[in-house]
Ligand binder design. Structure first.
Ligand SMILES: [Zn+2]
Length: 142
């Protein structure tokens, strides 16, 4: 399992290590989300059936973070948060694949993993062009 290295004889101050196998709030891994953001899957996830077991009846879903929100305000607030922007950044790099490992082992031509530009999913309610412009400025300043 990847992650920080565990020293011997540590009995405290290791919460950040234990979080790795804490499954209560576990969401999808980045390679699963990579499949989700393909247009044909994204369509389905963004227009889900009403599900009474999900927060907000599964109508407000952030595809990049694999999280449900209770209303459109919570969702658009989430788009402005650090966790979400960090997630977009993490998804920029293409996930590791068998093909990549074969290239690294000398089969075919080596090319580095592609960098993609990941955009926040379009919001459900109509946004004024003025507001959208402000958001892009915010992202640039990060
Ligand atoms: Zn998100």
């Amino acid at each position: 399992m990847p992650g920080p290295y565990r020293r011997k004889k540590t009995h405290f101050g290791d919460t950040h290590l234990k979080r790795g196998w804490c499954t209560k709030r576990r969401t999808k891994d980045l390679d699963e989300i990579d499949k989700d953001i393909q247009p044909e899957n994204a369509e389905k996830l963004l227009k889900q059936e009403v599900d009474f077991d999900r927060p907000g009846l599964a109508q407000f879903y952030c595809i990049h973070c694999a999280r449900y929100f209770i209303n459109s305000t919570a969702l658009s607030d989430h788009f402005k948060t650090k966790v979400h922007k960090r997630r977009l950044k993490a998804l920029e790099l293409e996930p590791y694949s068998i093909e990549e490992s074969e290239r690294a082992a000398g089969k075919g031509n080596w090319k580095t993993a592609d960098k993609r530009k990941i955009e926040t999913q379009p919001s459900k309610d109509e946004e004024s062009p003025n507001k959208r412009k402000k958001e892009s400025v915010d992202e640039d300043s990060l």
